[in-house]
Design a protein around this ligand. Structure first.
Ligand code: NAP
Length: 250
């Protein structure tokens, strides 16, 4: 049993996840930073948070692997207490290409990572948070993308479709557990300055596209983190199954 708020941030070692972990720590949450492969930035962030008087652990786990997700939640329970916040944030994208050039391996890789990973983490969270299972409730925030609405033609329809699935997951699960003390909401970032765009093969993507953004600029990870925090905290206590677009009007 824990007396404090405990948040799991998947993919928390860099980008939006790292900004979110820092904000939750500043707000007094015990935080688990999950990462898949880059241990150095995740461990460094955990050390920094602990050095500032916070409570933070970094846990390696590939959230698309069932055994890893079970191990992740068990580690959090043992070291920090029962989680009452899950931020499903871990996502990947692959180099830009048209659909007719995509292999089954690539498509399955994107869907397994970006969709199965979110489902598995939701499952483990619901088992611990739901009043149906004796839990004390909690909140889940899924990080989707504006791509779920645009479809990302000529860039990565596979990635966009994985985010469409997250919107559907958010809607369905929010209704499934609404009477069990769990709220499930979603943020849909637009173009945010992180290293993810390098993984998509175009580090300067935001500079190319920012004139199409009504606010004429890309967003910062901290601006997304603030919305995630609001949706996860009691400040949004009557909100579930909702979507917050953070895209500068795009
Ligand atoms: P990022 O800088 O690439 O960070 C993503 C993190 O997710 C990485 O640190 C990575 O960990 C982790 N990760 C990926 N797959 C994982 C897995 N299977 N298990 C555990 N961790 C995993 O990306 P970001 O821009 O901050 O994106 C965060 C979320 O926002 C993603 O869901 C993304 O789709 C969404 N989003 C981003 C933008 C944008 O413009 N940046 C826009 C809309 C939505 P390792 O480093 O250890 O591999």
């Amino acid at each position: 049993m824990n007396m404090e708020n405990v948040a799991i941030i998947t993919g928390g070692g860099r980008g939006i996840g790292a900004a979110t972990a820092q904000l939750f720590a500043r707000k007094g949450y015990a935080v688990c930073i999950n990462y898949k492969s880059r241990s150095a930035p995740a461990e460094a962030l955990a050390t920094a948070i602990n050095g500032e008087g916070g409570r933070c652990i970094a846990v390696q786990a590939d959230v698309s692997e069932e055994a890893d997700v079970k191990r992740l939640f068990a580690a959090v329970e043992q070291e920090l207490g029962t989680p009452n916040v899950l931020v499903n944030n871990a996502g990947i994208l692959k180099p830009q290409m048209r659909l007719e050039d995509m292999t089954a391996e690539r498509i399955n890789g994107i869907l397994t990572n970006n969709v199965t990973g979110y489902f598995l983490c939701c499952r483990e969270a619901v088992k611990r948070m739901s009043s149906k299972h004796g839990g004390k409730g909690g909140t889940i925030v899924n990080v989707s993308s504006g791509a779920a609405r645009t479809g990302s033609p000529n860039e990565y329809i596979d990635y966009a479709a994985s985010k469409g699935a997250i919107d559907t997951l958010t809607k369905g699960l929010s209704l499934e557990v609404a009477a069990e003390g769990i709220r499930v909401n979603c943020v849909r970032p637009g173009l945010i300055y992180t290293d993810m765009h390098s993984d998509g093969g175009e580090p300067g993507r935001i500079e190319r596209l920012k004139s199409k953004i009504p606010m004429q600029r890309g967003g910062q990870p901290e601006e997304v983190a603030e919305a995630i925090y609001w949706l996860a905290s009691d400040k949004s206590s009557f909100s579930t199954g909702n979507f917050l677009d953070l895209a500068g009007g795009l």
